[in-house]
Design a protein around this ligand. Structure first.
Ligand SMILES: Nc1ncnc2c1ncn2[C@@H]1O[C@H](COP(=O)(O)OP(=O)(O)OP(=O)(O)O)[C@@H](O)[C@H]1O
Ligand SMILES: [Mg+2]
Length: 377
């Protein structure tokens, strides 16, 4: 509706997870790096968790687009309210395996035969389960069993589990011990910071031909960040409304008060999910403290962290980069500095890993990827 008024070629803030709009924030970049590192291992599970609307499905779609179809056969499960029996059937269907039998043992054999037949064709299978927080523990157990299929030393199936934070709870439970031992990389995707929120908005607009109309002043960006906590879906919803209101009022510049007016309106309608849960730790609009500190609080609560190999310790991600140590009683500025150092260290590790992966896949002599301390489960 407002596109023509602002000279845009398309809709900048749609809610569908379209990878053509992918903005590479630090979190999204890291998550992709963990996914690619995990895929390079070619076995076990990769687990990506993240708050609601942070971009998990968009990331997965982007990964699927980048896959070399000559080498990888990927299947995605979209419906995940599945019990164990349906899960195997859904896996078979997702790979296009004709299911002829009602019996589980035969179904398993059919899946195994399909996966085995990929090996001589130099292909491997990747199963992606989105919304995996909805899987029942028994269904997860079935997935683990599928990960046991091997030909010689060669794992026949690798799986990516993607889900909201409840998935971490599922993974923590005692009965998931065997699955945890097969997790080779995991990453928790948090919201973006203030700068990235601005970068994200400008990136999406630029994607549809934006050349500065409408303009957002710094306070408008501050307000958008404060209202949305840097969560992409919330940013899209809010910006959509903002641009619509700008079109109706024939505005070409948005200021802080314009954003406040729109968020107030949306809150009244109950249309913008501005209330952020305590667990999420990011800002609700009404809170008084500055956005920077709130973002720090969120990061301290554990946003944007990854973990490679071995057992899955949801509280351990940041230790990859050298240890957060105790943050108790630390003032927000020191804590933020410490986190920034840690984040830089983590990026260095990721760069090293990417370099290793690059060397290995180009056949150049180089160190092997980090050894995995995997127990047999
Ligand atoms: N990195 C990104 N670049 C561009 N757009 C993004 C990005 N991350 C998320 N979005 C946009 O935000 C919206 C929500 O993204 P998506 O559906 O991928 O989130 P999700 O984490 O899968 O949500 P849910 O928890 O509900 O499954 C979509 O419109 C998507 O296009
Ligand atoms: Mg999703």
């Amino acid at each position: 509706m407002y596109e023509a008024f602002y000279g845009l070629k398309g809709k900048p803030f749609q809610l569908n997870p379209d990878p053509a709009f992918l903005y590479a924030s630090r979190g999204h970049k890291s998550a992709l790096a963990y996914l690619k590192y995990g895929m390079y291992q070619g076995e076990g599970f990769i687990v990506i968790t993240g708050e609601i609307g942070t971009g998990k499905t968009t990331l997965i779609r982007s990964l699927l687009e980048q896959l070399d179809r000559q080498k990888v056969v990927a299947a995605q499960l979209v419906s995940t309210q599945l019990d164990a029996e349906n899960l195997l059937r859904a896996v078979a269907t997702a790979f296009g395996i004709p299911v002829k039998t009602p019996h589980k043992a035969e179904l398993l054999a059919e899946i195994e035969a399909y996966l085995t037949a990929l090996v001589p064709r130099r292909k491997r299978a990747l199963l992606i389960v989105d919304e995996a927080q909805n899987l029942s523990p028994r269904a997860v157990e079935e997935l683990r069993m599928l990960s046991n299929f091997q030909l010689g030393n060669h794992a026949l199936l690798q799986s990516v589990l993607v889900g909201q934070p409840e998935l971490r709870e599922v993974m923590r439970s005692a009965r998931m011990k065997q699955l945890r031992q097969r997790v080779i990389a995991s990453y928790h995707l948090g919201p973006m910071d203030r700068q990235e929120t601005q970068g994200y908005i400008e990136h999406r607009l630029a994607r549809v031909g934006w050349v500065g109309d409408p303009q957002f002043d710094a306070q408008a960006m501050d307000e958008i960040y404060a209202a949305t906590g840097g969560v992409p879906r919330r940013i899209n919803t809010l910006c959509n409304r903002l641009l619509l209101s700008g079109y109706l009022a024939e505005k070409h510049v948005f200021r802080g008060e314009d954003v406040r007016a729109v968020t107030a309106e949306m809150k009244d309608e109950g249309g913008l999910d501005l209330a952020v849960s305590q667990e999420e730790g990011s800002p609700a609009l009404a809170e008084a403290e500055p956005a920077g500190e709130r973002a720090t609080a969120y990061r301290a609560a554990g946003a944007g962290r990854g973990h490679l190999a071995g057992d899955f310790h949801p509280g351990q991600g940041l230790e990859l980069a050298g240890g957060l140590g105790s943050s108790e009683g630390m003032d927000p500025v020191s804590l933020q500095q410490r986190l920034l150092r840690l984040e830089r260290a983590m990026f260095t590790v990721l760069d090293l890993l990417s370099e290793l992966v690059r060397k290995e896949s180009s056949g150049a002599p180089g160190a092997k990827p980090a050894a995995r301390q995997r127990e047999q489960g």
